[in-house]
Structure formats: structure tokens, C-alpha cells
Design a binder for this molecule. Structure first.
Ligand SMILES: Cc1ncc(COP(=O)(O)O)c(C=O)c1O
Length: 496
């Protein structure tokens, strides 16, 4: 790479060249054994005398930062690199909008543990890497690369056709290729929807508990986000704020409780949206993996008034790393959504979109979903049995027929602090999140959310037993505490 040297400013030219090379070596921009341009070449480029450059090089050589090798040139010395300090941007004191102070950066990463019941992730080793590489390679030919210069904001046309067909058959989504907007994952779909529909201060309703990245995103766009309670039938429509402009829901597999929104509730929500002139965002993030009878069709297929935006993703069926999702929006919103996409990042990664189109067209997505469903169905069977067997003194398993996680809520007769149980399980090598992790208010019923996308089938029983152990420890510590306070009360009573 050609190293940039600026001669702007005043003073000795040679000293300025020296200083810039030295800075670059010390902060690691010039790496060990990197070859510097010949003095004649650099002098020509900078339009200075060759001696000016030679003097700077000689000084750096004398100080041990450069070394000359006869016949091959001048190089950065390895020992100099040991002293390298990373170069950082200035600290500055400009502050972002107040919202950003509430967001942790970087977002905390899951620890590596033997028993990982985290949510949101599937088994990456199920991904057909070789096939994918072959398909992407095919797209990285000159003709295709040239085509990508003129990408459409709605996404690769072949992929839109494939998505429309696949989800029309597999999920009864009502769409034509022209209705599909390919996005960088579900998250970008939510971002574009938010930009197009949310005025600063307008009300957005989300499920409580619900999917934190959706809630946080809408807040970051200036919405007043209101958490609405969820029961066995799904979001409680009667509890929606009257002025909600947008309602974000996960009807197929409520995140994180796991239940399916009943048909009655769906109809009620659609009626509500029609009367209030609101939009429903239906996030159908993981219902491709199904373990029981046919699920209800998406709300989008019940919608006759253009009130529902359907959001899908390939993060679960394939890989989150691909960052490919899509949405189907009513025609009235499409021009604004397309414009927002264009302003955001134009159209995403065309080669991957084209590869995915072929992947779907060749029937490989359907095969992949079948293969993964077999793996996850076994885990689902083991985990639901283990939760009922080991955790029933404290928790009730919520019904779930799809996806990659289940949820178990605290029984009415259990008084244990479930957050504390999850912390104890963490100390025993188990990652499991309490429901409160996903809640926006403290009134949400306590419980545990158990993801099985990552944990191998043979580890599930042991992991759940460890969680049961954490419940017992927590019980014992509460009993001790109760006994201690009991003794203290008794002592205080006796001494009176
Ligand atoms: C409720 C919900 N929606 C969407 C997603 C997927 O998001 P993306 O497509 O941006 O990876 C997830 C992933 O964890 C999720 O849990």
C-alpha cells in the first residue's frame, strides 16, 4: 500500500518525513518487515530532493526503527514493532443523543459455557457451508459483479421471486415478487419500518416481555415505546395504548414466552388496528421449525386492509451472519420503504442474495429446514420432558410448538427469585436467561427462557438438572434466611 506522507505545514521537510514514518511505525500502521519505498521513488512522489528523504531514513535507521538490506531495500525492524502503541482517534467531548447513554457498548457477549440455553442462535454447524461457497463463487463472476452496480433497493429480483414463492407455499404469506423487500436481516426491516412510520414522540406498542432489539430500535428512533402484557393467547389487545401507531408482535411463536397468538386475538388485533389507523409488524422469526400440527397462518394472510407488515429472516434457517431477511408491506408503504432502503445502504450484498435465490430455487432451503427441524425436534422433545420432570416443583412449561426456545413460568405457589436462580446456574456453567431479561416492566411474571438452538441433545438433561440444583440451592438459602430472621425475631421477642 502506498504510504501517505503530508508535507503540509512549516519547518524542516526531512524532519516531517521522519516524524510521520516514526508515528506510523510506533502506532502499528507500518508493520514488521514492511518494505519502504526506495528513497528515489519517495522523493519523486513527494517532489523533494532525494537527500531530504535519505536523511529521514538514516535517522530512523540510527534509532533502530528501519534496517537496510543490501540489494532488496529498506524495511521496518521487528524490534521496533515491540514498542508499537495502537493509534487511537481523539477522545473528544461531543455527546450523542441522550438515548444512547442507555445502550451498553459493545453489547455484552454470551460467555462460553458447557450448558448454553441462550436464545436467538441456531446450530451454525448445520449450515451447508460447501454448497453455499459454491453458490456464492458462481455469483462472483464478472457479468454478475457488473450487474450488482445497478442493484435494486428492493433486492435481487431472483431472490424476491424465490422468497415470494417459498413463503407463499411454506407459510401462506400473500405476496408477489414485487411486494418483497429484501433486507439485511429482520433488524434492518424493523429499522426501515420505524423510519417510515415513527414521528418523534409517537407511540409504538411492543410485547412485554418481548424482543429487546426491537424495543430498543424503536426507542432509538424517538418513539414512546409502551410494553403491553402477553397472556396465553398472545398480546392483550385490550391493554394497547389508544394512540399506538405501530404494534410489534411475534404471533407464531411469542418471543420469549413461546405461545402462539390465538385466532381470536389475531382478529381482535386486526380490528383494533383498522379502527385506530395503526400498523401491525408481524415478526415471524423462527416458525419454520415446527414440532406439532400445522400452525396458524400468519396474520398477514388474514389481513384484508393492508394493516400488516410481515417480516421474515434467514438468520435461523441459515445463518445470522448472512444478514438476509425480508418484509412484505402493504403497497401504500412500499415507495417510502424503498426510498428509506436506498438512503440506508442502497441494496445489500447482491452476490449473497443471488446465491440465496439459487439455494431456494434448487430446493436446498426446504431440505435444510427439514434437516434442521429433525435436529431441533429431538432437542425440543428432550428439553420439554426434562423441564417437566426436573423443574415442575417451581415452574410451569408454556406450550410452544415451534422455534428454538421454550419458556417456563414461575408457579403461583413458588416464591423463589428466578433471577437469582439464573445467576446461580451461571456459576454452575449454565447460561439461562430469566424472563425479566426480556421484560420492559417489573410486573411481568417471572420464569426462565430456555433456548436449544446451540446446546447438543446429549447435554440438555444434565444442564436442566444443574438448573434444578440451582433451584434447590436457592430454596435452601431462602429457608436459612427465613430461619435466621425467625431466630432473630424470637430473640428480640424473648429479650423484651
Ligand atoms: C424475535 C426475533 N426477531 C428477529 C430475529 C432475527 O433477527 P435478524 O434477522 O436481524 O438476525 C431474532 C433473532 O434472534 C428474534 O429473536
Amino acid at each position: 500500500m502506498e504510504f501517505h506522507i503530508s508535507l503540509a505545514g512549516k519547518g524542516d521537510l526531512s524532519a516531517r518525513i521522519y516524524q510521520q514514518l516514526l508515528d506510523a511505525i510506533v502506532d502499528g500502521r507500518l508493520r514488521n518487515a514492511e518494505r519502504l519505498p526506495a528513497t528515489r521513488e519517495l522523493a519523486q512522489r513527494l517532489q523533494v530532493a532525494r537527500n531530504t528523504v535519505s536523511a529521514a531514513y538514516d535517522r530512523l535507521k540510527a534509532e533502530g526503527f528501519l534496517v537496510s538490506k543490501a540489494g532488496s531495500g529498506t524495511f521496518v525492524r521487528a524490534e521496533a514493532i515491540a514498542r508499537a502503541k495502537p493509534r487511537t482517534a481523539p477522545a473528544g467531548d461531543v455527546k450523542p443523543r441522550a438515548f444512547w447513554a442507555s445502550m451498553p457498548t459493545p453489547l455484552p457477549k454470551d460467555p462460553v459455557v458447557p450448558y448454553h440455553f441462550g436464545t436467538g442462535i441456531g446450530q451454525t454447524s448445520l449450515f451447508p457451508l460447501h454448497t453455499w461457497r459454491r453458490l456464492v463463487n458462481r455469483e462472483l463472476r464478472e457479468a454478475t459483479v457488473q450487474l450488482a452496480n445497478f442493484g435494486e433497493a428492493a433486492g435481487h429480483p431472483g431472490l424476491r421471486t424465490a422468497i415470494s414463492r417459498y413463503f407463499g407455499v411454506a407459510r401462506s404469506v400473500r405476496s408477489s415478487a414485487a411486494d418483497i423487500l429484501v433486507t439485511q436481516g429482520a433488524q434492518q426491516a424493523l429499522d426501515l419500518i420505524g423510519r417510515v412510520l415513527i414521528d418523534p414522540g409517537s407511540t409504538v406498542a411492543v410485547e412485554d416481555p418481548g424482543y429487546p432489539p426491537a424495543r430498543q430500535l424503536f426507542m432509538s428512533l424517538g418513539a414512546r415505546v409502551v410494553g403491553v402484557p402477553v397472556d396465553a393467547d398472545g398480546l392483550q389487545v385490550a391493554a394497547l395504548p389508544d394512540d399506538a401507531r405501530l404494534v410489534y408482535v411475534t404471533p407464531s411463536h411469542q418471543f420469549p414466552i413461546g405461545t402462539t397468538m390465538s385466532l381470536r386475538r389475531r382478529t381482535q388485533l386486526l380490528d383494533w388496528a383498522r379502527c385506530r389507523d395503526a400498523i401491525i409488524v408481524e415478526d415471524d422469526y423462527d416458525s419454520e421449525f415446527r414440532y406439532a400440527d400445522r400452525p396458524l397462518e400468519p396474520m398477514q394472510s388474514l389481513d384484508r386492509d393492508g394493516r400488516v407488515i410481515y417480516v421474515g429472516t434467514f438468520s435461523k434457517t441459515l445463518l445470522p451472519m448472512l444478514r438476509i431477511g425480508f418484509m412484505v408491506a402493504p403497497a401504500s408503504l412500499r415507495p417510502a420503504l424503498l426510498a428509506a432502503r436506498q438512503l440506508s445502504d442502497h441494496y445489500g450484498v447482491y452476490s449473497d442474495q443471488a446465491a440465496l435465490a439459487r439455494f431456494i430455487d434448487e430446493g436446498l432451503l426446504a431440505a435444510q429446514v427439514r434437516k434442521s427441524t429433525k435436529v431441533y425436534a429431538e432437542r425440543y422433545r428432550i428439553i420439554t420432558a426434562a423441564v417437566q420432570r426436573e423443574l415442575s416443583p417451581w415452574l410451569d412449561l408454556m406450550p410452544a410448538i415451534a422455534g428454538l426456545h421454550v419458556c417456563a413460568l414461575r408457579r403461583a405457589d413458588c416464591r423463589l427469585d428466578i433471577d437469582e436462580v439464573a445467576r446461580r446456574a451461571g456459576a454452575a456453567g449454565v447460561l439461562v436467561r430469566p424472563v425479566s431479561f426480556y421484560a420492559s416492566t417489573a410486573t411481568v411474571r417471572q420464569g426462565l427462557v430456555l433456548g436449544y438452538g446451540l446446546i447438543p441433545a446429549e447435554r440438555i438433561d444434565r444442564g436442566i438438572q444443574r438448573i434444578a440444583g440451582s433451584f434447590r440451592q436457592q430454596e435452601a438459602s431462602q429457608d436459612n434466611r427465613a430461619r435466621r430472621t425467625g431466630i432473630r425475631t424470637a430473640t428480640a421477642f424473648e429479650s423484651r
